[in-house]
Every structure is written in structure tokens, then in C-alpha cells.
Design a protein around this ligand. Sequence first.
Ligand code: PMP
Length: 431
Amino acid sequence: MAFERSEQLYQEAQDVILGGVNSPSRAYKGVGGGTPVFMKKAKGAYFWDEDGNHYIDYLAAYGPIITGHAHPHITKAIQEAAEDGVLYGTPTVHENTFAGMLREAIPSLERVRFVNSGTEAVMTTIRVARAYTGRDKIIKFAGCYHGHSDLVLVAAGSGPSTTGNPDSAGVTESIAKEVITVPFNDSEAFKEALDYWGDDIAGVLVEPIVGNFGIVEPKPGFLEAVNDLAHEAGALVIYDEVITAFRFMYGGAQNLLGVEPDLTALGKIIGGGLPIGAYGGKRAIMEEVSPLGPAYQAGTMAGNPASIKAGIACLEVLKEPNVYENLDQLGEQLEAGIRNAADKHNIPVTVNRLKGALTIYFDIDEVSNYEDAENSNGEMFAYFFKEMLKRGVNLAPSKYEAWFLTTAHTKEDVRKTSEIVDKVFSNWNNA
Ligand code: PMP
């Protein structure tokens, strides 16, 4: 495969766009750099790049594209939205419809607000939790990504009684002091943190199923313990379901796991590929938000008809029979293909999979928290990523990300992908 045009475009991009990309992971930082492929067109499970190369796509735009690219039903909704005007700045009936659909699917969303990104959704849930409890601090779990607002760009302190350090230049020490980070799947560490800070904690922010150091499920009882202990301490529980909502079932991870948070942040899939975020929760808590309450949140683009109509169309597709069963079957086939190839060629991999999402970790036996994921072999992943790309399989460029199957992938796509994995693993020693 030649990447000449991508190389040229990347050069040009760096002259006008900071770093050549509009989101840092696109610069292949997670795999040691290189030239990002410039995609030209996407349809179903496939990408075509500017050099004319063809790929099977498992990036799915980092999660939103669960129905495949340019799904006809969603495309039609976007076309109709364009005809009728994409932005009004007034309420529309479509927002009522969509909020109702979300609440029907995720009953804890007694009241909902639409925003424009996952970042905004999470940022606002924290503000609401602070407004409702009158407290300042939050607890989050190490390695979970919650967007790029100040409070969630804070790295772990060294123990339950220490607060975090800024994880980004421009995030102040005083903000980092408001955040306590504990390991995921560790109820004891969580309890210790609450014992120390309990009266100051406004909210506990958690990805109920982690998507940001690969796919990591909560251990039995962990989320129940988070809920019980947080509530005992008078703190709210906030689920960041930006990746998980509608990924594993028609509804949230909270439905799948049978645990209910006070507030939920949503994004990605619910926009059908257009920019969106949403947050919601118990009515009494949401009533803190303007115009009913004193916590402010607003948005020129919030609830715009294009994103809302695309979101409605996307959920309509996901509501069809057998969608999630099929995604699970494809996931099972892909996992088996990867495991068989790894066994055959003695490549040490661990695959974490839940339905149509999975992560391959190299050189580590089990991944149940961020430290495990960190200890997986990044060089092996980087090599694997680049070899897969050269053979026409587009993955997320980081050992911390997931492969996402879509309703557009076929068994044949997965069979071909497994064959390519086998080829890459069989050549491993020639690297
Ligand atoms: N929360 C989670 C769990 C995410 O994975 C992401 C994005 N990867 C965000 C929040 C931020 O969403 P956005 O990029 O739409 O701002």
C-alpha cells in the first residue's frame, strides 16, 4: 500500500492546523507516531483513503458509528434536516421525541438536556452534582477519560488521602485539589477515599463499563458498592455512558448491569455520527439546572435539528430486532479469530470483549484496571496496528482503545480480518 497523498496532506495540514490534526490521538501518538491516513470516503464497514486504499474499519470514529458509515436511514434523516434548516435556536418537536426515546430506553433519565459533545455532558453533570450537594470535590477512577474539561484532566494522587495533579498544562493546582482518583474495580480504595473525604464529595464519576483503557467490565459487586458507599456519604453517582450507552444493548450499561446512577452523561452513538451530547437524571437533581434552578448550562447548537434527527434515526435502526445479538455474534467470531491466530503463532494476547466491542492487550494475562492496561506491551501493539493498517484493517491507534463492530460488518469482513491477524502474527518474528 502507498500512502503518498496522505503524507503530502499531513505535511500541508501541519502548516495550517496545529499538529496537523483536530484531536491529538489522530496523530498516531499512541503508536509512536507516523503519518495518519487521510480518509476520503466511508460507507458501511469500509473506508477509502486519499491514495485509493481500502480498509475494513473498526475505529467507528471512536464509537459513534454503530450502524456503519452513511447508513441510508440516517443519511436520509440528515438530508431532510438540511432541507428544513439545520439550526433554529427555538424548541422543536424533535427534541421532545428524542428525549422521550432516551428516557424510555434509560429510565433513570427522568429529565434530559441536550448539549454538543461528551465533554460538555460530563462537565455539566459535575456542575449539577456540586449545585445539588453544595460540595466541591469529585472522585473519579484512574485511566477513565471523561472529555477535556478542566476537572477531569487530573491524574491520580498517590493514595486515597491525596488529591490529584493537573494532567494538562493550563489546569490549575486548585482545580486538581478538587479531584480524587482511585483505581477502577477496587472497592476498598474507593471506601478509603470516601472515609477520608466523604463530607466533601459532590459526585463520583464512573464509566460503568470502561472504554478508555480498553474494554474493562466492573467486577461483580463493584458498581453496587460505589452506589451504596457514595449515597451513604451523601454524594451523587454520575455514570459517564458516552461510550457505553446503546453500545451493548438498546439502553445504557446501567440497564445491562442493573445499577442506577443519579446522573448520566451521554454522547457518541446518540448523535448517529453528528455532534451531540446529553445529560440527565433524577428530576429533583436536574431541577438545579437553569431555567428551573441556579446551575447554568446553555448552548447555541444544543438540540439542533440535524443532530437530533440523526440521533432519532440511529436509535430507530438500533431498535430493530436482533441488532445486538448480531453484534455479539460478530464479536464472538472476531475474538475467536484473534485468539486462534495468537495461539497458533504463540503471540501473548489477552482479549477483553463485551458483545460488539473488544480490546487486544499484548503481553499481559489479565486487565481489570488502568495499571494492568498500562503494563500491557505498547510496542507490540504499535507494530500490530501498523501491520494491520498496511493490510487494510483500520484500528484505533492506541493500546488503550477498543475495536468496535457495527451493524454493517459481515461475517465475511470478520473472516477476512481474522485472516489478516493470522498473517500479521505469522510474520511477527520478521519485524
Ligand atoms: N466520556 C467518555 C467515556 C469518552 O470516551 C469520551 C470521548 N472519547 C468523552 C467523554 C468525551 O466526549 P467528546 O469527545 O464527544 O467530547
